[in-house]
Design a protein around this ligand. Sequence first.
Ligand code: AP5
Length: 218
Amino acid sequence: MPIVRLLMVGPPGAGKGTQARRLAERLGVPHIASGELLRQAMADHSVVGDQVRDYVERGDLVPDELMIHFISARIDSADAEHFVLDGFPRTVTQAGALDLALQEASRPLDIVVHLTATDEEVVRRLTGRRMCPVCQHPYHMIYNPPADDEKCDDDGSPLVTRTDDQPDTVMHRLEVYHRDTEELIHHYDKQGLVVTVDGMDGMELVSERIDKAIEAGP
Ligand code: AP5
């Protein structure tokens, strides 16, 4: 499989984080996940963490200017020659900023994986999700349970429910996705970069589909 600069786009709960982690590990490239970076900043009570907390907990998008500033240092870093990017950009304004930054760094995107799942499946996945508060590994109590009760397989930490996985907040996040983020597919389609992968089956089958889509290219 070629080493790539890949962006994963899709609704909340489609499995972006699950698949992006696996893929980055297989490719040996960084997994840059905006949601994970924000939750880490919130847990650290950094200035940015305190600025974004209300947005994240309500399921609203963090304002573009703040988000672009927050993520750009990570994308510009030396180890990000190749990457699997997950959760950023989320608006056309953010996509414009990313396009410019990658162009200036001569690191253009190779492919955009549009991972699909229905709203009903998203609700099932997110309301059953548990997360490791230390390494942020996502589990699902039915589809992907931890080996030992409610503890992380990797570091043994007790799993938690994300505050934004409450049913009302999940419904709001879906509305925000359809309103503000879905149009990104069109933005990248115009650049000839999008492959659409059906995310509705089990994790292994979805991983295989993503591998094949990358091999075939956009
Ligand atoms: P973020 O953390 O990026 O959340 P999200 O995009 O809503 O995505 P999720 O993490 O909820 O879902 P996922 O698609 O990664 O699914 P997962 O693999 O975990 O962002 C959180 C918040 O931060 C945003 O709401 C916003 O406030 C803010 N933010 C972040 N980036 C921003 C930006 N660029 N601009 C502005 N604000 C920003 O899977 C879900 C569950 O399903 C898990 O339990 C998993 O085990 C299970 N599962 C996965 N795949 C399968 C499968 N194939 N079959 C069955 N179960 C599966």
